[in-house]
Design a binder for this molecule. Structure first.
Ligand SMILES: *[C@@H]1O[C@H](CO)[C@@H](O)[C@H](O)[C@H]1NC(C)=O
Ligand SMILES: *[C@@H]1O[C@H](CO)[C@@H](O)[C@H](O)[C@H]1NC(C)=O
Ligand SMILES: *[C@@H]1O[C@H](CO)[C@@H](O)[C@H](O)[C@H]1NC(C)=O
Ligand SMILES: *[C@@H]1O[C@H](CO)[C@@H](O)[C@H](O)[C@H]1NC(C)=O
Ligand SMILES: *[C@@H]1O[C@H](CO)[C@@H](O)[C@H](O)[C@H]1NC(C)=O
Ligand SMILES: *[C@@H]1O[C@H](CO)[C@@H](O)[C@H](O)[C@H]1NC(C)=O
Ligand SMILES: *[C@@H]1O[C@H](CO)[C@@H](O)[C@H](O)[C@H]1NC(C)=O
Ligand SMILES: *[C@@H]1O[C@H](CO)[C@@H](O)[C@H](O)[C@H]1NC(C)=O
Length: 506
């Protein structure tokens, strides 16, 4: 469940994210039963088969229960020989103004560096991590402060911030780990605060994910154009199908099909094949084009060998003892599970069902996927009645990473408005925003770097501010676990699910 896509699309390379998950559960005071991941699929299946009429359920093993018929609200229009772009949608000043406002605020935070010489970039090896509050032994619950001073390859001290760092403490013996809280002083110095959650020997690591120069390049490239990913639409009739180029922007002399959601100003375009109506578009896929907005030196900065390199440190491990404090948090593998158990009480005599759905554009996938059952997230949320027994878990991010940031902001704002409408009709619905998890380090950074996810995460926090929604910080959790894979292992999923239900019932 949660942020993972169902089995049937997992095979493809770049379809990492479910857009929304609706879990409906009925609470009962008696007989609280422990809810474990292993039961999950059985519960979902049993319950779904019984009470699901209009929801789609995916489960490992490709089980599909009755299909949803979500009205596809997008209008498809044909138009003639114009250049279309997502920016040419009818002007709705308030929305566009808000998008620009958010965009500009983020834009100001990101360093603008034109790197000439590779050696002037931040070097993980030359940079130094040192303990600020050095001691022989630390107490459980205390904080450990680590200062990072950034240097370039020529051993010059860096005078500006913006390096994308990742920090964690961990004890391999007990599988315990936690992420650190990083403060950027914008002068080349960073302070990391770790809370010491468990006893024993604790190691710390600080990775330089991207030097600030690469961060600058990623941000510029992302917002520069749409040439990195090529969309193909599959127009189908009874006797044949044809493929045509699609995208957020098309420059062509040919006729165009516009798939526009007028209320929310979401738009996508395809070249119209002769003799097919625009509505005959049934499937879509995408491939990464052999194209880059990065210069050669920027590509080198983003080469795998320069991703996630550990910053040099002058210490090995620290010792943490309970200092006579009651041991409130035994963070071992077994205890992790009971920690989860006590927070997740579900009554099996009642029903639970889980629905997973993907969002429509810009879903990224090499294999053709149907676009007929899904809509923009805002439209799908509009289809949910809601109520006290409904938990809606949303995630958006991974598939937006390669595209202009305005597209992400617009979708997030539209989802916010849809949640406001949901709360209007059923204020007791629980809504959880599950944030993006960290992913692999050997992928195409220009399109899919975690840095894009990191920025999106900040915008989600801002956009949903003031709404009664919970957040599940999956980025943080996967950083702590250092599981840099798009589909985190089951123990991490357990934690994400546990967090989601904790948020939903608190
Ligand atoms: C740590 O996790 C690994 C992988 O999940 C597991 O094989 C191992 O038994 C765990 N170790 C402890 C001490 O729980
Ligand atoms: C991280 O540190 C900042 C101050 O630098 C603080 O405002 C914030 O609440 C901290 N976050 C967490 C999760 O501790
Ligand atoms: C950067 O700023 C912080 C906070 O103001 C300060 O403690 C630190 O010494 C500064 N670093 C350098 C290299 O000047
Ligand atoms: C287009 O869709 C049809 C029907 O789903 C499918 O048979 C065909 O393989 C698709 N085209 C391509 C190029 O995959
Ligand atoms: C991609 O483009 C570059 C330069 O345009 C070319 O050198 C390279 O061979 C191309 N790679 C592929 C896989 O087509
Ligand atoms: C890029 O990274 C790979 C994998 O770490 C490494 O083998 C290769 O030498 C690097 N290329 C350059 C030009 O640094
Ligand atoms: C931590 O404790 C171990 C054993 O108790 C000891 O050998 C080691 O020197 C201590 N490390 C530090 C940094 O004090
Ligand atoms: C933590 O829990 C594990 C498993 O229940 C146990 O073996 C271990 O002794 C406990 N550690 C402490 C410090 O209580």
């Amino acid at each position: 469940m949660i942020s993972d896509e169902p089995h049937y699309v997992r095979k493809t390379e770049e379809n990492s994210e479910a857009s929304s998950l609706i879990a409906k559960h009925c609470k009962h005071k008696t007989n609280p039963l422990i809810f474990r991941m292993k039961f999950l699929s059985k519960i979902i299946l049993a319950a779904a088969a019984m009470i699901l009429i209009k929801f789609l359920v995916f489960r490992e093993g490709k089980t599909q229960v009755p299909k949803a018929t979500y009205p596809f609200h997008m209008q498809s229009d044909q138009s003639h020989k114009e250049v279309h772009s997502s920016k040419s949608a009818p002007v709705q000043d308030a929305l566009n103004q808000r998008i620009e406002e958010i965009y500009n605020r983020i834009d100001k935070l990101i360093p603008k560096i034109k790197l000439k010489n590779f050696a002037e970039a931040t070097s993980a090896e030359k940079s130094k991590a040192t303990i600020v509050n050095q001691k022989d032994s630390y107490c459980l619950g205390e904080q450990l402060f680590v200062r990072v001073q950034a240097y370039d390859y020529l051993e010059n001290i860096k005078s500006y911030g913006g390096d994308y760092l990742r920090a964690r403490i961990f004890s391999p013996k007990t599988n315990s780990s936690a992420s650190g809280n990083i403060t950027d002083y914008n002068n080349g110095t960073y302070l990391i605060a770790f809370t010491l959650f468990w006893e024993g020997e604790v190691s710390a690591s600080v990775l330089l994910m991207h030097p600030s120069e690469a961060v600058s390049a990623l941000w510029r490239a992302r917002n520069q154009g749409f040439d990195n990913i090529l969309y193909t639409g599959n127009f189908t009739s009874a006797t044949e199908y044809v493929n045509r180029k699609c995208g957020f922007q098309l420059e062509t002399e040919e006729d165009i099909c516009q798939y526009v959601d007028r209320r929310d100003q979401e738009a996508f375009y395809c070249i119209k094949p002769p003799n097919f109506p625009c509505e005959a578009l049934t499937h879509m896929n995408s491939v990464n084009r052999n194209h880059s907005y990065l210069s050669e030196v920027e590509k080198l900065l983003l080469n795998r060998s320069n991703i996630g390199v550990e910053i040099s440190k002058n210490f090995k491990t620290i010792n943490v003892s309970n200092c006579g404090i009651l041991d409130y948090f035994n963070h071992t593998e077994d205890e992790m599970q009971s920690w989860q158990k006590t927070l997740l009480a579900i009554n099996l005599e009642n029903f639970i069902y889980v629905q997973w759905k993907k969002h429509t554009f810009p879903f990224v996938s090499k294999t053709f996927y149907s676009i007929k059952e899904d809509a923009y997230m805002a439209r799908q949320i509009d289809q949910i009645g809601g109520g006290i027994n409904t938990i809606l878990i949303l995630t958006m991010g991974q598939h937006f990473r390669p595209f202009n940031f305005h597209i992400f902001i617009k979708s997030a704002l539209n989802v916010r408005r849809a949640i406001e409408r949901l709360f209007y009709r059923s204020p007791s619905t629980k809504v959880i925003i599950k944030e993006e998890n960290a992913r692999d380090m050997d992928i195409d950074m220009e399109r899919f770097s975690d840095f894009h996810g990191h920025i999106q995460y900040h915008v989600l926090r801002e956009v949903f501010h003031g709404l009664n929604v919970g957040f599940v910080d999956a980025l943080d959790m996967t950083i702590a676990y250092a599981c840099n894979v798009i589909h985190p292992p089951v123990e991490v999923l357990e934690n994400i699910i546990s967090m989601s239900f904790t948020q939903a019932t608190s």
